[in-house]
Design a binder for this molecule. Structure first.
Ligand code: KG4
Ligand code: ZN
Length: 348
């Protein structure tokens, strides 16, 4: 039963959590969203500086809220890939320093493996194999979860990630950053069938379409064209209907691919992870389709969908329990495929 303190600083949240295997003792998140909002998106240099300013306070708060002192912590973990390198470095350096000072093993974690592990926090009895639909600001993937550290990517986006599409559409509608929550909220007051939008499909050289890969850049362009056309026809843009139609198209597209993938691979459970897992349209579509096909679908609570350190600590605890620790020379990496997670560990 490992107790792990983990740090997550891959993008714009400074987060520290303490987890005992799959049970959360504390989870503190300092969001930088208000800082980046004025620029309309995350500014990497600003993000790194914010992490530096906040990290010590967040570590103290996590220890205090979890009621733990260092004698009760078995390992220190940090996200080391993928993400903004300057941001990753802050959390990684803090975690390595704490590991050295308190003489604890260090466990590096892949950010996307963290998103997969978010489902274990609310469903501690969940066991592989299952399918993970990972939909965040940077990634959209269908991942076959075979075991801790053992993953196969069955589908992914060929261009924009689902969250990125929400953010870009919000920007063109002047709704601010991040786009997902505001579009979700406006969509609840709009008509999802108001404007038919194209679902991105990818042709296969052998004919037909790729069953699991997705594409969202065409959809974003279609929304742009629609907005330009409507602006010529009307003085007041039907923002709620545009948001609802866009969200409906994304939710339908993701649901179709996830269900087809689970059925074809004989996987009975779909665990959803990443910020877009918070989306109410996706939740409803996937839930309905899963029930119709007798599949189980798991959505983590909202606080574990978007970036947090509890999911990182949970992944780290599972690796640590299996004897996987990382060298203190482990670097921050902007990119690392989920299929290469085991590169982060030396086994004892
Ligand atoms: O997982 P996450 O916190 O960070 C990454 O690892 O990327 O995901 C952030 C993304 C953003 O693009 C944001 O717009 C989107 O998740 N998001 C949502 C919702 N809440 C956050 N997208 C759709 N609906 C939401 N309710
Ligand atoms: Zn994330």
């Amino acid at each position: 039963m490992a107790t792990v303190l983990a740090i997550e600083t891959s993008c714009d949240e400074t987060a520290v959590a303490i987890v005992n295997n799959r049970k959360v003792c504390s989870s503190i998140i300092a969001s930088q969203i208000p800082v980046h909002q004025q620029y309309g998106g995350v500014v990497p240099e600003v993000a790194s500086r914010q992490h530096v300013e906040t990290i010590n306070q967040i570590i103290s708060s996590a220890l205090q809220e979890g009621g733990k002192d260092w004698t009760e912590i078995d390992a220190v973990a940090a996200t080391c890939a993928p993400g903004l390198v300057g941001s990753l470095l802050v959390g990684l350096t803090a975690a390595k320093t704490l590991a050295v000072v308190h003489q604890k093993p260090f466990v590096g974690v892949h950010h996307l493996e963290g998103h997969i592990y978010a489902s274990y926090l609310s469903e501690p009895d969940l066991e592989p194999p299952f399918l993970c639909l990972l939909v965040s600001g940077g990634h959209t993937s269908l991942i076959y979860v075979k075991d801790c550290g053992i993953y196969e990517t069955l589908g992914e986006t060929r261009d924009d990630a689902a969250g990125e599409a929400f953010d870009k559409v919000a920007r063109l509608l002047h709704l601010g950053y991040p786009g997902g929550p505001v579009i979700d909220q406006l969509a609840s007051q709009g008509n999802p069938d108001a404007f038919p939008l194209p679902e991105g499909r990818l042709s296969l050289p052998t004919g037909g379409y790729h069953p699991y890969d997705s594409s969202f850049s065409g959809l974003k362009t279609a929304v742009l064209r629609l907005v330009q056309k409507l602006q010529q026809e009307t003085s007041e843009l039907p923002v709620n209907d545009i948001a609802a139609s866009f969200q409906e198209t994304v939710a339908r597209s993701l649901t179709k691919r996830a269900i087809a993938c689970a059925l074809n691979y004989g996987l009975k459970t779909i665990a959803v992870g990443g910020g877009v897992a918070a989306n109410s349209g996706l939740r409803k579509h996937l839930q309905d389709a899963a029930s119709a096909h007798n599949l189980r679908v798991l959505f983590p609570p909202l606080r574990f969908c978007t970036d947090n350190a509890a999911m990182i600590a949970c992944a780290a605890a599972d690796h640590f329990n299996r004897g996987h620790t990382s060298p203190l020379t482990q670097a921050a990496q902007s990119r690392l495929a989920i299929t290469d997670v085991m590169q982060l560990y030396k086994t004892s």
